[in-house]
Design a protein around this ligand. Structure first.
Ligand code: MN
Length: 501
């Protein structure tokens, strides 16, 4: 089974009646082979389903409506194998609500120079038909991804694969429910945002709950569930001796387990796949959820600290994009810099809540004081993130729209051990360099909380931004501050002009 094999993408091929039945049979046969090739590619995590060739405005519109209605269908690939007059596509494209990938390929890779005749020309006509189709997509202002190349070229499968990951996240966004326990951390600006606009734009639903509701769920946790979780902590992590079965702080480990079990039950009962909390509003909770937030993230939940629902949703969505890929995805915060000219880097961490899927080695389970908040010491997992290429991305609300800012980074090991830092952490070097990346990030108003992933590159995130119609300001090896500043200004004009009055 493919990692996202419960979802499918339809491959729909356009043609017309003019060529006669024999040609259309060949078109159907060829597109079936293309669909099968893509379906069998390990680079594509969803199933590729071959749909009948469409040759009329009616059959095109019917196919688009069927795609809208098919729950498992996350997107549609369209390819004009032969010439398919584009006015036939207007009605269908106007009703299509699923993400669209325009595949520009040709069945025959090589021209048969010695044998080529007009039959071959008519059958291999995407160079013509896809231009006509691209025109109508552009004329209708249809958001889509365009991929050109021979269908057997791994490049095509890689591009389709990245887009299908974004399409699965787009589907998830429209089902995603985020539970907020407490509000945003007092006085903080960048974690705020318009939840109604987020639902209109992204589909995500964000609902607040009194922390007393959560406390009640935690109070109801039976002892057996706590025993089970403590056994899990012992088997999965290097447990500090003081938290061991006979350790002096065992009761606090049990309290952490009780919080995890109660939180899990609350989220499962409500169908929430993401949540936020805040250390300023813990009510009857005796510890800030540390290991609970960490382990829930490892199980695929989105998390944002200090009421940050935007980052919580983004963590969940990037985890969906990264399904089945090793590397890990976590909530993250730029915490402290190492500004030594020999290797300036960012030390990223949080008070507690970093996902163990990005750990380089088996985490340690420890308990330490938290210097802010007025609760008992929280239990947490402590580890270093595994080195390798990654990106961080955050989303801010500019008042009239959302902006995502992303930075390609390289997670590196800490130069020296960090024996007195009792939290999970990642040390990274931003591309192209720390100064350029940070100046650009600040100019863009990028958030202080991010999602960090080592599992996927930026392509699915960029495809997702296109589906959502939101800006992605990207900082990578090609970025200069001057160029980036201009891009932001152009983007501002674009988003202003394309927004309906
Ligand atoms: Mn924070």
């Amino acid at each position: 089974m493919k990692p996202l094999g419960e979802f499918e993408v339809w491959l729909v091929t356009g043609s017309q009646e003019m060529y006669g039945e024999a040609t259309l049979r060949k078109v159907a046969e060829n597109s079936g082979l293309v669909a099968r090739q893509l379906d069998e590619s390990a680079a594509i995590p969803v199933r590729i389903v071959h749909r009948p060739v469409v040759t009329s405005s009616e059959s095109i519109a019917a196919t688009c409506r069927a795609a809208n209605a098919a729950d498992a269908c996350v997107g549609v690939i369209l390819w004009m194998h032969t010439f398919s007059p584009a006015r036939m596509w207007i009605a269908g494209l106007q009703v299509l609500q699923k993400p669209l990938l325009h595949l520009h390929t040709q069945f025959n890779r090589d021209l048969p120079w010695g044998e080529i005749d007009m039959d071959f020309m008519n059958l291999n006509q995407a160079a013509h038909g896809d231009r006509e189709f691209g025109y109508i997509e552009t004329r209708l202002r249809i958001a889509r991804k365009t991929v050109a190349g021979h269908w057997q070229d791994p490049y095509v499968a890689d591009r389709v694969g990245a887009w299908s990951r974004a399409a699965c996240a787009w589907r998830e966004a429209h089902r995603l429910k985020v539970a907020r326990f407490g509000d945003t951390m007092r006085h903080v600006a960048d974690t705020e945002g318009d939840k109604v606009e987020a639902q209109i734009r992204l589909g995500i639903t964000v609902n607040g709950f009194g922390v007393c509701d959560l406390a009640a769920a935690i109070a109801d946790v039976p002892g057996s569930a706590i025993d089970e979780l403590c056994a899990r902590y012992e088997s999965d992590y290097d447990l500090a001796a003081e938290l061991g079965p006979d350790g002096p702080r065992r009761a606090e480990l049990r309290e952490a387990a009780r919080i995890e079990a109660g939180l899990r039950r609350f989220l499962e009962a409500g169908g929430f796949m993401a949540f936020t909390d805040t250390f300023e509003d813990l009510g009857a909770l005796r510890q800030l959820p540390g290991i609970a937030a960490q382990r829930l993230m490892a199980d695929g939940y989105g998390f944002g600290a200090e009421g940050d629902w935007k980052t919580s949703a983004l963590v969940r969505l990037v985890k969906v994009m990264a399904t089945g890929v090793p590397g890990g995805t976590s909530f993250m915060e730029d915490y402290t810099y190492h500004l030594n000219p020999d290797g300036p880097s960012v030390l990223g961490a949080h008070m507690l809540e970093v996902c163990p899927t990005i750990a380089a080695a088996r985490p340690r389970c420890e308990i330490h004081p938290l210097s802010i908040g007025a609760r008992s010491d929280p239990v947490r997992l402590v580890f270093d993130a595994e080195p390798g290429p990654a990106f961080v991305a955050g989303m801010t609300d500019l008042g009239d729209r959302f902006r995502m800012v992303a930075n390609v980074i390289d997670v590196v090991g800490a130069e020296q051990p960090l024996p007195r830092l009792p939290v999970a952490r990642a040390v990274w070097r931003p591309r192209p360099d720390l100064r350029t990346a940070v100046e650009s990030w600040l100019i863009a108003g990028g958030a202080h909380h991010t999602v960090l992933t080592r599992a996927i590159g930026l392509e699915p995130l960029a495809d997702f931004a296109e589906m959502a119609g939101i800006e992605l300001a990207l900082i990578d090896e090609g970025t200069t501050v001057a160029g980036f500043r201009k891009e932001l200004r152009w983007n501002a004009a674009y988003h202003h002009l394309t927004r309906p009055l």
